[in-house]
Ligand binder design. Structure first.
Ligand SMILES: *[C@@H]1O[C@H](CO)[C@@H](O)[C@H](O)[C@H]1NC(C)=O
Ligand SMILES: *[C@@H]1O[C@H](CO)[C@@H](O)[C@H](O)[C@H]1NC(C)=O
Ligand SMILES: *[C@@H]1O[C@H](CO)[C@@H](O)[C@H](O)[C@H]1NC(C)=O
Ligand SMILES: *[C@@H]1O[C@H](CO)[C@@H](O)[C@H](O)[C@H]1NC(C)=O
Ligand SMILES: *[C@@H]1O[C@H](CO)[C@@H](O)[C@H](O)[C@H]1NC(C)=O
Ligand SMILES: *[C@@H]1O[C@H](CO)[C@@H](O)[C@H](O)[C@H]1NC(C)=O
Ligand SMILES: *[C@@H]1O[C@H](CO)[C@@H](O)[C@H](O)[C@H]1NC(C)=O
Ligand SMILES: *[C@@H]1O[C@H](CO)[C@@H](O)[C@H](O)[C@H]1NC(C)=O
Ligand SMILES: *[C@@H]1O[C@H](CO)[C@@H](O)[C@H](O)[C@H]1NC(C)=O
Ligand SMILES: *[C@@H]1O[C@H](CO)[C@@H](O)[C@H](O)[C@H]1NC(C)=O
Ligand SMILES: *[C@@H]1O[C@H](CO)[C@@H](O)[C@H](O)[C@H]1NC(C)=O
Ligand SMILES: *[C@@H]1O[C@H](CO)[C@@H](O)[C@H](O)[C@H]1NC(C)=O
Length: 792
């Protein structure tokens, strides 16, 4: 039993544990979990399931296999139509930040940028707007959002497609993105499940001697699976996600798309997932075994009856049922799982036809390879952008984090002489598209609005920083000079007049390329950007640095006295220049916060990308021996100083937090383990019930309007097993405040929020003893703490 409220204690705490050696168990085994659970439609999908059931009863076995097997067609993934039943098929399109394979579509800020906004409403709106464009183009399924990679290694090439290495922040972003997407009647697909934490050797390769070298195996202990990697996927299921994409990697040496423990066990049993599991493109490596392990759809599939493009699914399923190897009931469940979200989201009613222009851009399937007739009779090249540019501009600014601001550098105050430096400032010179050439695109000249690979977008335009600065300067009657060549600007600034010493501000734009298929090999900005900053700052007392990066950068110039301001602008999408000018000039008060930690040096990041030369078939073993200790969890545990901590970010105003009160909303009779309840999507519903309510008041004590981001961190009692992070994010709010204004902010802590995964009990357990609840403006700027004992 706990009292109704607690005395507020002020405590600047940096809790630390002993650097205990984490135990390493045997990772060459993944427990079998069979049979694959049937969908029951629980969680509100019952009537959609009944429709799916009625539909399935009219299908031949061949038609059933078609519904679970991709085929060449106009989209990146295609389920063929069944005209006899008025079913137009399903169109699946990349990716998480845009409908990539489309013309007249918008390119939105990346997931990383959305996470840096810490703004639930904008994250939701981003989902809505992306899905509106999919629907306008006749695409039924968004292949996104991304929670894998989570961001275990700072070097991960796809980290920007997802949100944050913090599972709570990523989970919130998954939930709101999925709710936004599905509110429009479009299916979301949470990917890549799970442990897809590096691109290097993500798929099998063949050695010089012809041996198959298996994919990297992510060997993850049970606690880390629950508390980090699958946490946001549980949130996705809780939000009603339609599908989940299994990943390329192995888990404990078993391929993720045929791993019965994670598919049948974790996802379909423990999380109660009612939708369908689709494979990543080419990640299906068996037929019946994968199906029995829980895989429901093979993508991109194959061409029926073609030995040139075989599929483990398709006709092979028909044969396996006929020869008695596979129960037709399992196939029926696969089909029901695919069709239930389709009916639930009313995609059988007046869904737009596929825009014919999509098929012309399809590099995967030329039309000559199609076997089925897709309805391409609608209007071509539909413009689906609507007014989404406004949201893109707003979110691009909201996801920009102000890291440093000295000497009143920002906001700019009518500068008359402006210098712009760096190859990230100007227009793109090698096309607007970062997909082709093996996902290349690390071009020297041009701003970096997004990253590369299937998660990119095909921009119709990009507002560059230089364009937006020129437009603003013209209005102000200011003079803009620029050198976009990093090599030249690093060696010779003499072409400028007035010289840099007399400029009001020197704006340096830096970029970092990141893409699917490759991991980063450095945490520094690309193209010798550090040297460029040094050169400009040597000659300019007001040097403002902006980075456009698909992940974190170390910033060796951060303490340079002439570097007066630093902004991490991430990947902002097509309105990039407008977003940054809004922040630089103070039309928008920066309110982004770091969704990761910026330490001092590359060497501070102790989780590398595994990169082997001449490996044997089973040599790619990624032992996640750090377990729970990634990003700030690791730096806190090791008590290491960092440059800019997780959750950090400056504003043009100041905020204060007044006190902390904690209320027991569970009625004082909390059990350590959740009461047994029927699983609902997301897991045991008891896990999502609020048990504690934390309240504070936040005030804008400065002179301009701005948004504060108060954050709540939970420190577990000392009774938890070793290796538990000292504190973990479990609540945040984005609070817009006018000068002087105060608002009351509450945080609801759920049972899961104050539990750890007990590997013996196989349950979420609230530990005995006292917790420290810390409220502050970042993970290391704690203003108030309260000691609570939920089980006392
Ligand atoms: C990973 O852990 C296993 C023990 O489970 C060990 O045999 C192997 O050497 C480790 N691999 C690496 C690359 O550390
Ligand atoms: C991998 O092995 C570890 C250690 O035995 C275990 O805790 C974990 O649940 C296993 N994961 C999978 C996906 O089988
Ligand atoms: C799924 O439902 C079928 C009947 O449609 C039944 O035969 C099968 O046993 C069920 N499977 C499970 C795992 O409950
Ligand atoms: C069945 O799967 C095997 C293995 O991929 C393949 O060789 C064969 O062509 C497939 N059959 C059909 C009809 O797709
Ligand atoms: C049944 O069909 C499947 C799929 O083609 C095949 O892999 C399996 O070997 C067949 N089994 C028998 C007993 O014929
Ligand atoms: C598209 O239009 C053509 C010609 O009008 C017609 O033959 C075809 O059946 C239509 N296709 C679909 C899928 O409606
Ligand atoms: C960039 O500047 C360097 C050094 O001044 C010069 O060698 C190089 O040709 C320039 N690049 C372009 C594309 O002009
Ligand atoms: C810039 O600063 C460096 C180092 O102080 C100096 O050598 C160089 O002449 C300066 N360049 C210009 C154009 O002022
Ligand atoms: C891995 O090694 C290859 C070959 O040496 C290199 O090209 C690549 O950059 C490395 N990858 C990373 C992430 O360091
Ligand atoms: C800062 O800029 C001024 C003006 O160009 C220059 O004189 C000074 O040396 C610079 N400071 C540093 C530390 O580079
Ligand atoms: C960063 O690394 C360099 C050497 O690589 C070292 O001199 C410096 O002290 C390190 N900085 C910090 C803050 O650890
Ligand atoms: C943690 O860091 C603080 C401040 O830097 C220091 O006072 C303390 O001794 C450190 N504790 C440990 C265990 O290293």
């Amino acid at each position: 039993m706990i009292p109704a409220s607690y005395r507020a204690v002020s405590l600047a705490l940096l809790a630390c544990g002993t650097a205990a050696q984490l135990e390493q168990s045997s990772y060459a085994y993944s427990p079998p979990v069979y049979p694959s659970p049937n969908t029951t439609g629980l969680g509100g999908w019952e009537s959609a399931l009944a429709k799916a059931d009625a539909f399935v009863s009219q299908l031949t076995l061949d038609e059933k296999t078609q519904i679970v097997t991709g085929t060449p067609g106009p989209c990146v993934g295609n389920i063929p139509p069944i005209p006899r039943l008025g079913f137009n098929g399903l169109c699946l399109q990349d990716g998480p930040l845009a409908i990539r394979q489309a013309d007249f579509a918008s390119v939105f800020p990346a997931g990383l940028t959305a996470a840096a906004s810490w703004d639930r409403d904008l994250i939701y709106q981003r989902g809505v707007s992306i899905a509106e464009e999919y629907k306008g183009k006749g695409a039924h399924v968004v292949l996104g959002p991304v929670a894998g990679p989570l961001g275990r290694s700072a070097y991960g090439g796809r980290n920007w497609e997802g949100f944050s290495p913090d599972p709570y922040l990523t989970g919130v972003a998954m939930e709101h993105t999925i709710q936004g997407i599905q509110s429009v009647g479009v299916q979301a697909c949470a990917k890549h499940y799970i442990g897809n934490e590096q691109e290097t050797q993500r798929v099998p390769s063949v050695s010089a001697s012809g041996e198959t070298i298996e994919s990297a195996s992510s060997n993850i202990d049970d606690r880390a699976i629950h508390e980090l990697y699958s946490w946001p996927f549980a949130d996705a299921v809780h939000a009603g996600v339609s599908s989940v994409m299994c990943s390329y990697n192995r888990l404990n040496e078993s391929y993720a798309c045929q791993n019965s423990y994670t598919l049948n066990g974790l996802l379909k049993t423990e999380f109660g997932f009612q939708g369908y599991v689709m494979s990543d493109w080419g990640a299906t490596l068996s037929g019946v075994p994968a199906i029995e392990a829980g895989l429901d759809m093979n993508m991109p599939g194959g061409i029926p009856f073609s030995s040139a493009t075989p599929s483990y699914f398709g006709q092979n399923i028909t044969i396996a049922v006929q020869n008695g190897t596979l129960a037709e009931e399992r196939v029926d469940d696969m089909v029901r799982r695919v069709l239930t979200p389709y009916f639930y989201l009313n995609q059988d009613q007046d869904f737009p036809t596929i825009d014919p222009s999509s098929s012309g851009m399809n590099t995967l399937f030329p039309q000559s390879a199609w076997v089925y007739q897709f309805d391409l009779n609608g209007t071509s090249s539909r413009d689906v952008r609507a007014n989404h540019a406004a949201l893109i501009r707003e979110l691009g600014a909201a996801g920009t984090v102000l890291l440093k601001n000295t000497n009143g550098a920002l906001p700019l105050k009518n500068p008359k002489y402006i210098g712009v430096f760096g190859n990230d400032a100007g227009d793109l010179t090698n096309s607007l598209y970062f997909f082709l050439d093996g996902f290349g695109g690390q071009y020297e000249y041009g701003t970096q609005p997004v990253g590369g690979g299937s998660g990119t977008g095909r921009s119709t335009y990009v507002v560059t920083p230089l364009d937006a600065i020129k437009a603003r300067a013209k209005k102000d009657g200011a003079l803009v000079q620029y050198i976009l060549n990093n090599t030249m600007a690093s060696t010779d600034l003499s072409y400028l007049y007035p010289p840099t010493q007399e400029l009001d501000v020197c704006l340096v734009f830096l970029k970092t390329w990141a893409t699917e298929n490759y991991d980063r090999s450095s945490l520094h900005v690309d193209w010798d950007g550090d040297a460029l900053v040094e050169a400009v700052a040597a000659n300019c007392t007001n040097t403002v640095v902006v980075t456009h990066s698909g992940g974190l950068n170390v910033l060796p110039f951060a303490s340079h006295p002439n570097v007066t301001a630093i902004l991490a602008a991430h990947y902002p999408g097509q309105e990039s220049g407008n977003s940054i000018v809004d922040v630089l000039y103070g039309d928008v008060n920066p309110s982004g916060r770091l969704p990761y930690t910026i330490a001092h040096n590359d060497s501070d990041y102790t989780i590398p990308i595994l990169n082997l030369t001449n490996p044997g078939p089973n040599d790619w073993q990624l032992n996640f021996t750090e377990s729970l200790l990634i990003d700030y969890r690791q730096f806190d545990y090791a008590n290491k100083s960092v440059l800019y901590e997780f959750g950090y970010g400056l504003s043009y105003t100041n905020f204060s937090l007044a006190g902390i009160t904690v209320q027991d909303v569970a009625g004082g009779n909390l059990s350590a383990l959740p009461p047994a309840q029927v699983v609902a999507p997301g897991g045991n519903p008891a896990l999502f019930e609020s048990v504690l309510k934390v309240t504070t008041q936040v005030q804008n004590t400065g002179s301009v309007a701005g948004a504060a981001v108060p954050q709540l961190y939970v420190g577990m009692p000392s009774t938890v097993p070793s290796g538990t992070p000292p504190k973990q994010l479990r609540g945040f709010n984005k609070v817009p405040l006018t000068p002087g204004e105060t608002k009351t902010v509450t945080f609801a802590l759920t049972r899961r929020d104050i539990s750890y995964w007990d590997v013996e009990a196989q349950q979420w357990r609230i530990p005995e003893g006292t917790f420290t609840l810390s409220l502050g403006f970042s993970s290391r700027d704690i203003k108030h703490s309260a000691i609570v004992c939920p089980l006392c």
